[in-house]
Design a protein around this ligand. Structure first.
Ligand code: IMP
Length: 431
């Protein structure tokens, strides 16, 4: 297969960076199609940690083309800092290796200010956003007042739109949110400098991808967040502001539905979430703390500690159905070493009723009592195991049971942080 999408099936942070990095080795082009720098992928290569936020995680393979599609919202100033950092690591040095859609919307400092002021006002009811202005940027897109990269082609009209937006947002910040307005004086100058560097990368990315697919190039589409953060099908309102499903790539990368050949869903061997919202299998005791430490479960974008829970089949089924997954990649199996017994949530119960599927609209999710199945754990460390045969029998049993419960084959398993610490059972690009 030549066109593959990878999407998270949980609340983000499923270890997509590692799976994308692995699959990108076989791809020619890697594409982001939604979200912004609220996403962050931590990659470990040759023992060195590198965090990418807006540029696709496939960037680590020299010679690949990285694309940010029109469905993403991009902070131009943060993007330049990210490009500088990558170039310091000798990545993306060739200007042709990075393409940014003319139609992508810009995230501006006023978006971040509004995001943070609203969260502060909500106090205990806050969503727990990353504070990077993603929601307000998508609001402007839907309200048809957003600034797009194509607007940089005409700086006179760009400056006028920016001035109008700045005045409106500052009025809103001051009088409604009771927050400090944004100082606009040097913003236009900063954006002019960003323009100079970004213009050579701007491109009609939809056309570019269509031509590449027609020419037989291999394209990997990289979902930025998890399905449970999807604006329509996630745990609303504790979600992000974009569609996080594989199907979002049609609108967000400008690629026809019929072009997509396979979807790989990604799940951790347990569950995590950052920010507020329901989490039926959350572990709130020492075991949760232990998993947080061993799995290094602190947000890559914000550094916040992640909430930890057992694997949840109800949520996994919901996500796999929505994405039409061809296979499941299960990451961080090694982190479960030494925990016995292991629990898998197979259904929920509420007031005597059993739920095998997500309750309608996600409502009542915070009142659901998980029904657990227990499986034996293992004690031998898994670091670096690359074949199923080398896994302890109990770890194999854990994988088999997940595959049985979901009816979707497990195609990859993460067994450690490093690039090579994985079992690849089926590679979609080789199928
Ligand atoms: P926003 O996307 O910054 O508006 O945040 C909305 C919700 O999505 C919050 O709960 C965030 O913690 C969560 N979120 C956004 N991006 C990610 C991600 O990449 N990983 C995990 N959670 C995320």
């Amino acid at each position: 297969m030549n066109t593959v999408a990878v999407v998270g099936t949980q609340w983000g942070d499923e270890g997509k960076g590692k799976i994308v990095d692995l699959l990108a080795a076989d791809a020619d082009i890697v594409v982001r199609f939604h979200g912004g720098n609220n996403a962050a992928h931590t990659l470990v290569v040759n023992g060195q940690k590198l965090v990418v936020r807006q540029v696709p995680a496939g960037v680590l393979h020299p010679g690949k083309i990285c694309v940010i599609g029109n469905g993403a919202v991009v902070d131009p100033i943060a993007l330049l800092a990210e490009l500088d950092n990558l170039q310091r690591h000798s990545l993306l040095s060739d200007p042709q290796s990075f393409k940014l859609s003319y139609e992508a919307h810009m995230v501006m400092p006023y978006h971040g200010a509004i995001d943070r002021a609203r969260e502060a006002r909500l106090a205990k009811a806050a969503i727990g956003t990353t504070g990077f202005g993603i929601g307000p940027a998508y609001e402007d897109k839907a309200a048809r007042i957003g600034l797009r990269f194509v607007d940089l082609l005409d700086m006179k009209s760009f400056a006028a739109k920016l001035e109008r937006n700045l005045a409106d947002k500052n009025a809103y910040l001051k009088s409604i949110l009771k927050a400090k307005p944004i100082r606009g004086e040097d913003l236009l100058e900063q954006l002019k400098r960003a323009r100079k560097r970004l213009l050579p990368h701007l491109c009609d990315t939809g056309e570019y991808l269509e031509d590449a697919i027609a020419a037989g190039k291999r394209v990997l589409f990289e979902g930025a967040h998890g399905t449970l953060l999807d604006i329509d099908h996630g745990t609303y309102p504790f979600v992000t502001s974009s569609s996080c499903l594989a199907s979002a790539l049609c609108a967000g990368a400008g690629v026809a539905l019929s072009r997509l050949q396979a979807v790989v869903g990604i799940s951790k061997a347990y569950t995590t979430r950052v920010g507020g919202g329901p989490f039926p299998t959350e572990i709130k005791n020492r075991l949760g703390e232990r998993l947080r430490e061993e799995g290094e479960e602190f947000g890559a974008a914000t550094g916040r500690p992640r909430r930890i829970g057992w694997l949840d089949m109800v949520l996994a089924r919901h996500s796999l159905r929505l994405n039409g997954a061809w296979g499941l990649a299960l990451t961080k199996l090694d982190v479960l070493t030494g925990i016995d017994p292991l629990k898998i949530c197979v259904a929920y119960e509420h007031r005597g009723q059993r739920y095998d599927r997500m309750p309608p609209g996600g409502a009542l999710l915070d009142r659901m009592r998980p029904v657990y199945e227990e499986l034996p754990g293992w004690s031998r460390p898994l670091d670096g195991v690359q074949t199923l045969a080398d896994l302890p029998a109990a770890a194999r049993r854990y994988l088999d049971r997940i595959g049985e419960l979901l009816g979707v084959p497990i195609v990859m398993v993460g067994t450690g942080a490093g690039r090579e610490a994985a079992i690849v059972l089926k590679n979609p690009f080789a199928a």
